[in-house]
Design a protein around this ligand. Structure first.
Ligand code: HMG
Length: 429
């Protein structure tokens, strides 16, 4: 498999300087001239946009944004923009994507289209009357909200498609009814739309049923729209079985599952941030789905058989490519353009694929050389800054820390501070 993108060579991308990286992205038409100038200038300067996004703005919190390379998802090449503060995530994603490109494949799928809005009746007075009403009028309610609240969604092929309900025994002698409004939000994440739909239904429902509606809000546990990513890769039996064991550990032990899933989200959250998506909603949905069998478990599963390792990620990954700040923040617009995603489903497939690849990268490191070697090698730069080294002192301190890590296989900020003091003392002599 080639290491070119639009005819431009990308091997060794990680060894390029900042300007060389921008030039490569421009040459391969992954970014526009406008993006290039924006990135070169250091991004957003005026606080004007921030003032429109949130309240009481006092500035920006600037995370670095990088690109993971070598991704081939569903036979299509991708650059993955990732906004993240943690060392080694982008390196591990790129390295693992390269490995898969050489010896395997990544495929993705989305099952279902509907998100869920919830309407709560905390203490139902007359369950039979309510359910009879819902059964008789649900078509009418659907038509009403499609006409009055989301007519544009309907024109795009989406809109409200169903209304269902669940009865929950409260354990205090009362019953709670939760009405679920199912809606296809097309390429929007849909939170604002579904909330408006549910609130619109509140009055007619209350008036016609005589029940008291307590609250209306979307659910982030969208088990009606699931994104799947699958990796298949040729590996030797020893490595395949080790990764399978690591997977079983996370499937069976919630303490390990939490860390495994954090590793998966290392791949997903940075894309959510880079594209202006609501990563808290995505996180909440994934963690809730990870508990669907009554115990917190791994969101990925790896199995080895006859020379092939197969991994699967399956979870709700509800994102938008329109709405929110996705088309307002210049960095989010650039990130979406860079990935050439055509729809919200495409974006969720890419994010799922990167999450799964990230997981494989971490599991490979954990079951072979350990996480310290690669992660700490890249973390050394942070330690030099944390120790207070100046630009002039950083190269020498970096070399000393690398040598220490190679010998001792461990390294902390205290080591960096001690070594910096030694360097300064020896330079004064
Ligand atoms: P290496 O073999 O030393 O890398 O691995 P290399 O220098 O030989 O380069 C090979 C390729 O790796 C490069 O190809 C890049 O694609 C990538 P090239 O571009 O040269 O053609 N690469 C880099 N990309 C960007 N910047 C870099 C860079 N270096 C390499 N500086 C590596 C080094 C860190 C990749 C490897 O040791 C690794 O994958 N380690 C795993 C690290 C990891 O998973 N980090 C995530 C954070 S830890 C965590 O929070 C999650 C965890 O708890 C989850 C869990 O428990 O499941 C572990």
């Amino acid at each position: 498999m080639s290491e070119t993108f639009n005819g431009i060579e990308f091997k060794g991308f990680s060894k390029l300087s900042f300007m060389q990286r921008l030039n490569k992205l421009l040459e391969s038409e992954s970014i526009t001239q406008e993006d290039y100038e924006f990135l070169k200038s250091g991004g957003l300067k005026s606080v004007q946009l921030g003032e429109k996004f949130i309240e009481n703005t006092i500035g920006y919190f600037q995370l670095p944004i990088g690109v993971a390379t070598q991704f081939c998802i569903d036979d299509k090449e991708f650059f993955i923009p990732m906004a993240v503060e943690e060392t080694s995530i982008i390196a591990a994603a790129s390295k693992t994507a390269k490995w898969i490109k050489e010896s395997g494949s990544i495929t993705t799928e989305v099952f279902g289209t509907e998100i869920i809005g919830q309407i709560q009746i905390a203490k139902v007075k007359n369950l039979e009357k309510l359910t009879t009403l819902l059964q008789a009028r649900k078509k009418e309610y659907i038509q009403l909200v499609n006409k009055e609240v989301v007519p544009n969604l309907v024109l795009r092929g989406g809109g409200v498609s169903d209304i269902t309900w669940r009865v929950i025994d409260r354990g205090d002698g009362f019953q709670m009814v939760v009405i679920h409004v199912m809606m296809n939000p097309c390429d929007a994440m849909g939170a604002n739309l579904i909330n408006q739909v549910c609130e619109y239904l509140k009055n007619p429902l209350q008036e016609q049923s005589g029940e008291m509606i307590t609250m209306c809000i979307l659910s982030n546990l969208v088990d009606t729209k699931i994104t799947q990513a699958k990796v298949q890769i040729k590996v030797d039996e020893e490595l395949g079985l080790k990764i399978q064991e690591a997977s079983l550990f996370a499937e069976l032990d919630p303490y390990r599952a939490a860390t495994n899933n954090k590793g998966v989200l290392n791949g997903i959250d940075p894309i959510m941030i880079a594209t202006g998506n609501d990563w808290r909603a995505v996180e909440a949905g994934i963690h809730a789905y990870a508990c669907r069998e009554g115990r917190y478990s791994s969101i990925t599963r790896w199995r080895y058989q006859d020379g092939t390792l197969e991994g699967v990620f399956r979870a709700p990954l509800i994102v938008g490519t329109v709405g929110g700040v996705t088309q307002l923040h210049p960095m989010a617009k650039m990130s979406l353009r860079m990935m050439r995603v055509q729809s919200a489903s495409d974006l969720s497939r890419v994010a799922a694929a990167v999450g799964l690849v990230q997981n494989l990268g971490a599991l490979k490191a954990l079951t072979t050389v350990g996480i310290i070697e690669g992660h700490m090698k890249l973390h050394i730069k942070n330690l030099t800054l944390g120790a207070g080294a100046t630009e002039a002192e950083i190269p020498l301190l970096e070399t000393k820390l690398e040598q220490f890590l190679n010998v001792k296989k461990r390294i902390t900020l205290s080591h960096a501070i001690e070594m910096l003091q030694e360097i300064r003392t020896s330079q004064r002599m």
